[in-house]
Design a protein around this ligand. Structure first.
Ligand SMILES: [Zn+2]
Length: 233
């Protein structure tokens, strides 16, 4: 295995539509392994082949949510999607920045695994977001194409914000005489990054517009994504 160089925006390869893999051979499996090592080293929660300069439809994802699940997918497609939720994302190819992106809350991803077997994955929340972000990469789409409030994230800002939030919750809990809430607020939620439906990106624009007026949901989801963002994808 080897750690590969992650290409940064505005590299041309990030804007190309990646080619489907037609033959799953040793070279493809080596690429999957190298991408996995590169993702962990970054660290990030997902990586698409164009991000290591290879214009092929290959992604690796590990939400690092305690599930211990690593996905190494070839020719992934989103075949079902529902719900609509905003969250904060970053990208290993756009270091130091985050933005807020509307994504499907649940998706079904169909792909081939490293042995060429067809797999179906039902994902929701954080994992669904990562898949959408990564699959967008395969269509030359970056999260910055669809995000709002693109902003720099100094290292550690998110943790500081979480800590402040936890303290505020703790104070309220103390006042209420319920100390438990404090502990809940303190949990460090650090994950990685996210992705988007290339094919469905156009459709996505409509619900996005509809949802634009909606207030921001899931503060905590956003915080997670930020942390991931800091790590990148
Ligand atoms: Zn990315």
């Amino acid at each position: 295995m080897a750690i590969l160089e992650i290409v940064k925006d505005p590299a041309e390869v990030l804007r190309k539509k990646a080619k489907p893999v037609t033959k799953i051979n040793a070279a493809v499996r080596k690429l999957l392994d190298d991408m996995t090592e590169t993702m962990y080293a970054a660290p990030g929660v997902g990586l698409a082949a164009p991000q290591v300069g290879v214009s092929k439809r290959i992604i690796v994802v590990d939400p690092q949510d305690g599930s211990g699940q690593l996905y190494q997918l070839i020719n992934p497609e989103i075949t079902k999607a529902e719900g609509w939720v905003q969250g904060t994302e970053g990208c290993l190819s756009i270091p130091g920045m985050v933005g807020d992106v509307w994504r499907y809350e649940k998706v079904q991803v169909v792909a081939l695994d490293r042995t060429g077997k067809k797999v179906w994955i039902d994902a929701e929340g954080w994992l669904a977001r990562i898949f959408q972000h990564e699959i967008d990469h395969l269509d030359g789409i970056l999260y910055t194409d669809k995000c709002t409030d693109l902003r720099p994230v100094p290292q550690g800002e998110e943790e500081a914000e979480e800590a402040a939030q936890a303290r505020a919750e703790a104070e309220r809990a103390d006042e209420a005489g319920a100390a438990d809430a404090a502990a809940a607020g303190v949990e460090a939620e650090v994950a990685g990054e996210a992705s988007a439906t290339g094919a469905d990106a156009d459709q996505a624009a409509e619900p996005a517009a509809a949802a634009a007026g909606a207030k921001r949901t899931r503060r905590r989801t956003a915080a997670k994504a930020d942390a991931g963002a800091a790590k990148g994808e």
